[in-house]
Design a protein. Structure first.
Length: 394
C-alpha cells in the first residue's frame, strides 16, 4: 500500500498495518507537521465521555459518525498510546493531552510503530499524479511507484504554511469523486464595522449565536476580539458561517427575546429605585460591557430603573438578545484549525473507507467532508478512519 501524507490518519493507518508492506510519501522534508502543531503543540488527542457523546460534535454528519466512530473509540485511542508508554492528563474541559504536553511524544510513538513493522517513509516526495491500470501508479517529481492500494491522507487546506494545499481533492476529482466546497472552519469571524473593539478580551458564558435565515444555532462561551467574535460559540459554529451572513448574538442565555424582555422588565419594576447599572450587573455582565452598551444607547448609568422609558428598555433588550452583526469574513486557512468540506462521504464505504468508485483507493482524516468541534474530535476522527483502513488489510 502507498499512503500519501503524514497526518495522524495516515500515520495511524500505517502503524496498524501488519501484514502488508507500506510506503508513506510526504511532500515536506519533515513528517507529521500538522500533528506537531495540534493543540498549540501539546496535541489534544481526544476527549473524554462515551463515544455516542461524540456523534453530534461533527455538524450534520451525526449519522455517519454513528457508523464510523464506534469502530475505534476514544478509549481505544488512549489505550493504544498508553500500552506504548505514553501517559495522559485530562483538563477540566475533558480534553486529553500527553502528560508531557508535547505533541512530539505522540508522533514518536507512531514513527516507532511504523519502523517496527518495516514500513518506509519517504520525505520531500510530493505526489504530482496518480494513475490507475491493473495497479495504481503514483508519480512524484523524481520517482514512480506501483501498488494495488492507495490511501490519501493529505488533509484539507488549513495551515498552508505546513504544506496543506488541497492536493487530495485534486486526486479525488481525477478519479470521479465529488468534493464539497472547502472552507475554513474552527476559526473566528471578522465583523463589518465592528464597534466593540474596546471590549476585546471580554467573554460571556453560555451566549447564543444564530445565523439569520439558517436553521442553526449554538450556545457556548463567546469571546470579543479586536475584529469580531471568537470562543467556542463561534469557533465550533463557523462551519455554518459564510461571508456576509448576519449573526444574531445573544450575550445572555434566554430562550428568546420575549422571555428576556419579561424578565428584564420585571427586574426594572422590582428595583425601580436602583440604578440601571446595578440591575444589569445582576445578569453577570462585566462593568466594561454594561458601560459600553449604555453609552451606545445614550442612557446614563446612574439613571434609576423607574425612570427608564419604554424605548430605552426595548433598546437594551435588542442590544443584549439577537443583536445583529454582519459577517465581513471568516479568518482564512492560515488561522483555521481545520477545513470544512472535502471528499463527499456519500461516495465512501465507511465500513472500509474505500472509494465506492475505485477499488483500492482509500481516504481518511481531514481530506474527507468532516470537521469536528474543538476538543480532540478531529484527531479522534483521523485515528478512527486510519484504523478502519488498517483493518481492511488484516
Amino acid at each position: 500500500m502507498i499512503v500519501i501524507g503524514t497526518g495522524p490518519a495516515g500515520l495511524f493507518a500505517a502503524a496498524n498495518i501488519k501484514n502488508k508492506k507500506v510506503l508513506i510519501l510526504e511532500k515536506n522534508k519533515e513528517i507529521g507537521k500538522k500533528l506537531l502543531v495540534s493543540g498549540t503543540g501539546q496535541c489534544n488527542l481526544t476527549h473524554d465521555g462515551k463515544i455516542y457523546e461524540f456523534f453530534d460534535k461533527y455538524g450534520d454528519k451525526k449519522n455517519y459518525m454513528k457508523k464510523i466512530l464506534k469502530r475505534f473509540t476514544n478509549d481505544e485511542a488512549i489505550n493504544f498510546f498508553e500500552e506504548r508508554g505514553l501517559e495522559f492528563i485530562k483538563d477540566k474541559n475533558g480534553k486529553y493531552f500527553p502528560k508531557s504536553l508535547k505533541a512530539k511524544d505522540v508522533l514518536n510513538i507512531l514513527i516507532d510503530e511504523i519502523s517496527k513493522k518495516g514500513h518506509e517513509i519517504k520525505t520531500d516526495s510530493k505526489v504530482v499524479k496518480i494513475a490507475k491500470g491493473d495497479n495504481f501508479r503514483v508519480f512524484t517529481k523524481e520517482e514512480e511507484y506501483n501498488s494495488k492500494a492507495v490511501l490519501i491522507t493529505t488533509g484539507g487546506k488549513s495551515y498552508p504554511r505546513l504544506g496543506t494545499s488541497g492536493d487530495g481533492y485534486k486526486f479525488a476529482e481525477y478519479f470521479g469523486h465529488s468534493v464539497v466546497r472547502p472552507k475554513p472552519a474552527l476559526t473566528p469571524v471578522k465583523i463589518k464595522n465592528f464597534n466593540l473593539q474596546v471590549l476585546s478580551g471580554t467573554s460571556f458564558k453560555e451566549a447564543k449565536v444564530k445565523i439569520k435565515g439558517k436553521d442553526v444555532e449554538n450556545t457556548d462561551d463567546l469571546l470579543i476580539t479586536h475584529l469580531g467574535f471568537s470562543g467556542p460559540a463561534i469557533i465550533d459554529f463557523s462551519r455554518y458561517i459564510d461571508n456576509n451572513d448576519v449573526l444574531q448574538v445573544s450575550f445572555l442565555n434566554f430562550k428568546n427575546k420575549e422571555v428576556f424582555r419579561e424578565d428584564f422588565w420585571s427586574k426594572l419594576k422590582k428595583y425601580q429605585n436602583e440604578t440601571i447599572f446595578s440591575v444589569l450587573k445582576k445578569y453577570d455582565l462585566t462593568k466594561k460591557f454594561i458601560l459600553k452598551m449604555l453609552n451606545d444607547l445614550s442612557i446614563s448609568e446612574k439613571s434609576f430603573c423607574g425612570n427608564i422609558n419604554k424605548d430605552n428598555r426595548n433598546n437594551i433588550v435588542d442590544y443584549l438578545i439577537d443583536h445583529e452583526y454582519y459577517v465581513d469574513e471568516l479568518f482564512g486557512y492560515d488561522q483555521a484549525m481545520v477545513t470544512a468540506g472535502g471528499i463527499d462521504l456519500k461516495e465512501i464505504d465507511v465500513k472500509t473507507m474505500m472509494s465506492k468508485k475505485v477499488d483500492g483507493l482509500f481516504f481518511a482524516g481531514e481530506v474527507l467532508d468532516v470537521d469536528g468541534n474543538t476538543g480532540g474530535y478531529n484527531i479522534q476522527f483521523a485515528l478512527t478512519t486510519g484504523k478502519i483502513v488498517s483493518e481492511f488489510f488484516k
